[in-house]
Design a protein. Structure first.
Length: 262
């Protein structure tokens, strides 16, 4: 199933069984499940209120091949801002919990330009991360990444930065905020180049802000992602990232706490 087909299934309100092709180890790809939950939450909000910020807690693995239900409720709807809560439940247990703030535009005298995009090689000059069955995560057969910053995971070369270009391999029908949510989480944790051996690593929590008014995106556009490590130790790492269009327009900001089992 493509990302758009999964979105359609969640909107129907039925239980969803995520295919193994969207797997990431023993769990489903975190960006996918967060994006599907986000889309369900967005459907509850009054028109004209874009998602400004979302906090995601990956409570447990959303397992491929097991029915999951998506629950969303509005906690408060004020004059300009809606606060929404979402949960993914599997086998009677919460597997993902998130809070999102949706807000309409306000009149304001404050206007600060976003930080510029980093310099990056053109897409066609960057090394592709291929989908290799049994070696790379299953979900990478749906999302394409081209390396531009930092070293490869498990290379043992260290560094503070990682990133490059990303897009869906199957061009979506539209390019919504849900598509952005899914893409942003596709990159491996920036801590992994510090390791020489393959060990498990996963996101513990994730905070994502989408900048609005959002730059216009069309299906098939590449987005640029660059993450940096703030600190890492004792089995945890703290990273931040920016996401830009090919024209250098800021799209989103991301922060993650990552667990590393090695």
């Amino acid at each position: 199933m493509t990302f758009d087909q999964l979105l359609s299934s969640v909107r129907s309100g039925e239980e969803l069984v995520i295919p193994a092709s969207w797997g990431q180890g023993r769990a489903s790809f975190g960006g996918l499940v967060a994006a599907l939950m986000f889309d369900r939450m967005e459907q509850l909000v009054s028109p004209g209120r874009a998602m400004r910020s979302m906090q995601v807690s990956f409570v447990g693995p959303v397992e491929p091949g097991v029915p999951a239900t998506f629950h969303a409720e509005i906690l408060r709807e004020g004059k300009a801002v809606s606060q929404v809560q979402g949960r993914i439940v599997q086998n009677g247990e919460p597997r993902l919990v998130c809070l999102a703030s949706f807000g309409g535009d306000r009149e304001s005298a404050v206007q600060v330009d976003p930080l510029p995009a980093p310099e990056a090689q053109p897409v066609d000059q960057c090394q592709a991360l291929p989908y290799i069955p049994g070696a790379t995560p299953e979900f990478t057969q749906h999302i394409e990444m081209r390396w531009s910053f930092g070293h490869m995971p498990f290379s043992g070369k260290g560094g503070r930065e990682m990133g490059g270009w990303m897009q869906f391999r199957e061009t979506p029908e539209t390019f919504s905020d849900a598509h952005i949510v899914a893409l942003v989480d596709a990159w491996p944790p920036a801590l992994l180049p510090h390791l020489s051996d393959r060990v498990p690593a996963s996101s513990l929590s994730w905070a994502l802000d989408i900048v609005h008014p959002r730059p216009t995106l069309t299906p098939g556009d590449w987005l640029l992602y660059k993450a940096s490590i703030d600190q890492a130790g004792a089995g945890y790492g703290h990273t931040q990232a920016g996401i830009w269009t090919a024209k250098g327009e800021l799209v989103a900001l991301s922060r993650q706490t990552v667990t590393v089992f090695g």
